[in-house]
Write a protein that binds this ligand. Structure first.
Ligand code: ZN
Length: 217
């Protein structure tokens, strides 16, 4: 068990460095968590996580009911958001929440991203919806997020950022970056009424790849 916990904390450190280097978070914002399989527990980055030099001992081990198991730091203030997904979706093992700039620029317009690239169907399961607004740190933030996410793995949080859930940390890191790239392309296209979506009938095969490999529902 000790070895497993050590490995999970190291995965959080790796993901912290990756999402910082990829420009998806600033110091102290966003958060990452990982499920402790076989237990009703997770490990989450601390409040004000230092993404440049994350330390295993800074990570906070807690139950899905919100009780501290081990850790010297305060857990991220969004720990409730993470716990909601672990409780509702047994196949979710990792979660990344960011305030990346282009995705957040859509969040302040309460807009999602339509299916504009095939990768979205394969890795995200389709379009990216935007959840109804709820204050950070509240139970409603989690409720609205999971409701809007439907049977996919990503949702934009109104006036806030986005959340990605998945089976592996590598998937979540890459997907958080993909969402930001899609948001950037969509924003740069300036919401032109001329944006062409991928036709519905062409979406089915790509979406099947998502269902087989990445879906957490
Ligand atoms: Zn946040």
């Amino acid at each position: 068990m000790k070895e497993l916990i050590k490995d999970l904390k190291e995965q959080l450190c790796w993901a912290s460095r990756e999402i910082y280097q990829r420009g998806l978070v600033n110091i102290g914002e966003g958060n990452i968590s990982i499920r402790v399989k076989g237990k009703n527990e997770m490990i989450i980055t601390p409040s004000r996580n230092d993404y440049r030099m994350p330390m295993s001992e800074d990570m906070v081990h807690m139950t899905l009911a919100g009780k501290l198991v081990e850790g010297n730091n305060k857990p991220s203030s969004e720990s409730y958001l993470h716990r909601v997904f672990y409780k509702a979706r047994p196949n979710v093992n990792c979660i990344i929440h960011t305030h990346s700039p282009y995705t957040s620029s859509l969040s302040i317009q309460h807009k999602g991203i339509p299916v504009i690239f095939e990768e979205m169907l394969i890795f995200l399961g389709g379009s990216v919806p935007c959840a109804k607004y709820a204050m950070a740190g509240t139970a409603n933030l989690g409720k609205n997020a999971i409701q809007s996410m439907g049977n996919q793995n990503v949702v934009i949080l109104a006036n806030h950022g986005s959340i990605v859930v998945g089976k592996t940390m590598e998937y979540c890191v890459n997907t958080a970056q993909l969402v930001e790239k899609m948001a950037k392309i969509f924003v740069l296209a300036n919401f032109s009424p001329d944006i062409k979506k991928i036709p519905e009938e062409k979406q089915v095969d790509f979406r099947l790849q998502f269902v087989e490999e990445f879906s957490t529902v």
